[in-house]
Design a protein around this ligand. Structure first.
Ligand SMILES: CCCC/C=C/CC(=O)SCCNC(=O)CCNC(=O)[C@H](O)C(C)(C)COP(=O)(O)OP(=O)(O)OC[C@H]1O[C@@H](n2cnc3c(N)ncnc32)[C@H](O)[C@@H]1OP(=O)(O)O
Length: 292
């Protein structure tokens, strides 16, 4: 195993994290080769910083999700690491959430494959044995917010443009029950009810007030704050913290695990509707025209 501080890392001989992209080989098997998930290990501290690097907005495409899932699996199985800091390498954007292009104009088999990957990343993050700290250094709507919500602690950079929330209703779509469960567990039922129905995207001060994030700090202090939070959490014996985390989260995760296939079918039939396809296309078009 080679561990290079401050660099994209080789975790196991021949496997370069952050240098992997899913492509289909001749036999249909997945191969990996690109640069979207950067891992900066600090082996001495037992911490790996994952930097999301899928420009321009870290939208969660199937390929990007696949890389991230593999990266998390490798880190989870590597006893060197006890904590992950999740952050972005794209200036001003943590993640724009699910890649709308994966949900538009594709076939049902693709939607099913995509949704399974979305479920998988959520389960991997939400049930991780490691301490996860989100260093949210940019806008974080919808699926971007969801990734942050899976973490044990959230630090948000103090910039009014860095809004965070589950804004699905603004797109004419509905946050699935497990997005909702994760939000309710974080900010409580009343605040989640309002936030979800209105599709609220909270600027930092409001995000802190409502409990969507745990701390708001000046942008240049985001990484140092995440490191200091991490050392506080890592001071707790792993077995006690991990069993407590599982006790707090298992029922929520099981809710999805038990209904995984039905949830995929629901997603496929919902997203395939003409009216939903239309809404998503209009929304994507608006995003594109915003610049002009
Ligand atoms: C049962 C169904 C449940 C499904 C659940 C879905 C959850 C989701 O995550 S849905 C996705 C929701 N995401 C959003 O609403 C975010 C949309 N994006 C933005 O608000 C902004 O892009 C931003 C605030 C993140 C960044 O703004 P900025 O001005 O810096 O960049 P833009 O010019 O808007 O975007 C650049 C480029 O990227 C494209 N893009 C943005 N977001 C997405 C996305 N989620 N998927 C795919 N593509 C996206 C945008 O169209 C621009 O593309 P062009 O350069 O080609 O014009």
């Amino acid at each position: 195993m080679a561990l290079l501080a401050g660099r994209t890392v080789l975790l196991r001989a021949g496997v370069r994290l952050g240098a992997e992209a899913a492509t289909r080989g001749g036999n249909g098997a997945r191969r990996f080769a690109s640069h979207r998930v950067l891992v900066e290990p600090d082996a001495a501290a037992g911490i790996a910083t994952i930097k999301l690097k899928n420009p321009p907005v870290n939208s969660l495409s199937l390929e990007f999700l696949t890389e991230l899932i593999i990266c998390l699996e490798k880190l989870e199985n590597d006893k060197t690491f006890r904590g992950i800091i999740l952050t972005s390498d794209c200036p001003g954007i943590f993640s724009a959430g699910l890649d709308l292009r994966e949900m538009c104009g594709k076939n049902p088999a693709h939607y099913a494959e995509y949704w399974r990957a979305v479920q998988e990343i959520w389960l991997k993050l939400y049930l991780s044995n490691m301490v996860l700290v989100a260093a949210i250094n940019g806008a974080s709507p919808a699926g971007g917010c969801l990734m942050a919500l899976t973490c044990d602690y959230r630090v948000l950079a103090d910039n009014p443009r860095y809004r965070i929330g589950l804004n699905e209703t603004l797109l004419g779509i509905i946050a699935p029950f497990w997005f909702k469960d994760n939000l309710v567990n974080t900010i409580g039922h009343r605040a989640a009810d309002r936030a979800l129905q209105l599709g609220l995207l909270f600027p930092p001060t409001e995000a802190l007030q409502v409990g969507m994030v745990d701390q708001v700090v000046p942008e240049d202090q985001i990484h140092s704050t995440a490191l200091s939070v991490m050392s506080q959490w890592l001071a707790i014996p792993d077995h006690a913290r991990q069993l407590t985390k599982s006790m707090m989260r298992k029922a929520t995760a099981d809710h999805l695990i038990k209904q995984r296939e039905a949830d995929i079918q629901n997603f496929v039939s919902f997203i395939s509707k003409d009216s939903i396809q239309k809404s998503l296309q209009v929304y994507l078009e608006k995003l594109k025209q915003k610049k002009h």
